[in-house]
Write a protein of this length. Sequence first.
Length: 433
Amino acid sequence: MTDKFDCIIIGAGPSGISCAYKLAKAGLSVIVFERGEYPGSKNVSGGVLYSTVLNKLIPEFWKDAPVERHVAKRRYSILSKDSEMAVEFCFDKFNEPPYNNSFTVLRSKFDQWFAKKAEDAGAFVLTETVVDDFIWKGDKVIGVKARREGGDVYADVVVCAEGANSLLAEKAGLKKKSTDHQMISAAKEVISLPREVIEDRFNLSGDEGVVMEFFGDAVQGMIGSGFIYTNKDSLSVGIGCPISVMRENNMRPNDLLDAFKSHPIVKKFLRGGKTEELSAKMIPEPGYKNLPKFAANGLLIVGDSAGFVNPSLYREGSNMAMASGIMAAEAILEAKESRDFSEAGLAGYAKRLNDSFVMKDLKRYGDAPEKVSAMPQLFKEYPDAILEMAKGYFTVSDLSKEEMQQLAKNNFKDKISVWKFLWDMYKAKGTIL
Ligand SMILES: Cc1cc2nc3c(=O)[nH]c(=O)nc-3n(C[C@H](O)[C@H](O)[C@H](O)COP(=O)(O)OP(=O)(O)OC[C@H]3O[C@@H](n4cnc5c(N)ncnc54)[C@H](O)[C@@H]3O)c2cc1C
């Protein structure tokens, strides 16, 4: 193995691999270090892959990639202890290519496929190798220290794509350590069920899939949510809440996931399923104001390491990770032409980010975590009051309909100030909406 490359990438997730693919296609020598046994092994279970970016990089990738189902339906619901109110949206056009650019995937399969694409393009992906540190020459990064024999490897530029727990980016001074408030702790499981059962139970045909998000009692009324995504013959089931909120409520992610799975509404979706995998992971939500520096001399930071996750209902991380990886690659190609890998020479990266949906969306939802933490009523008080009102409205009794409806309204108004509710709904724009 040569010890000098054009580019070193730390991490074989969607951000690192998209960067590697683009650079390798352009003829640069690229090495990707991945600490897992194989790409995706540290990202065991599933999620929704938003694929506008991937479809440009590898057109019609879904014909070849191990995607599970295209997302034909979206369902959002609020739960109380014993009831649910849900809205579901489906649109037949989402069943046609490019399938609304949303697919459920199992990361262990998808990441391996994507990494193989980068290898086929000429990148070198080295697994089971942890990068422990950068190698510096003065104030410039010139390589990395990989945990293996002869592990000092050099490059013109290093891309830090190490994900949410970005110890190296912190070490390099590109970002501050995240607070408990800025990190979502998530627990997720893959639960197997026969394909026919999934299609019957979720009213799906063929490769259609559904994404279901649950609020309110899904996470014991705390800020956060639960989810069920349908795969071909399994479900991805999980919860996520800010670490600070879990700590305040003395909850652990796995206990919260167990409680979600045994909620009377949720357990009906899961019945008969067998847990195949369980994992816990972090999702960064630093907020726009706390985004790190994107570049230093000889160094760029992409994807979750940089905090590029949209925290709203769109819950978009993989698309932003890929977009940032590709923009980093484009900036590196520019820097190579001018033979300037200094922070100034790599400035094309920040410029591209600022002009793209990544920074526009992060700006719009930038203070969502702060705003939402000032409105805990969105997650407990309001869902409970709305569901109590619905119970009153729909419970059949001897009362006249007018009396029933009045009682239901009074029940709501006793618990909630209607004006405050409407004002909070207005303020929720730019947070979860
Ligand atoms: C529960 C959960 C659900 C999610 N759902 C969705 C969803 O539905 N849709 C969506 O778009 N996004 C979702 N996300 C977010 C999405 O997973 C991330 O935004 C995306 O994976 C970021 O990609 P990345 O390449 O930046 O980082 P990662 O995918 O985290 O990849 C980083 C890689 O770097 C490796 N690594 C780390 N440190 C080192 C080191 N020192 N040396 C070598 N290798 C290292 C890791 O092993 C890992 O493979 C979800 C996240 C979680 C936790």
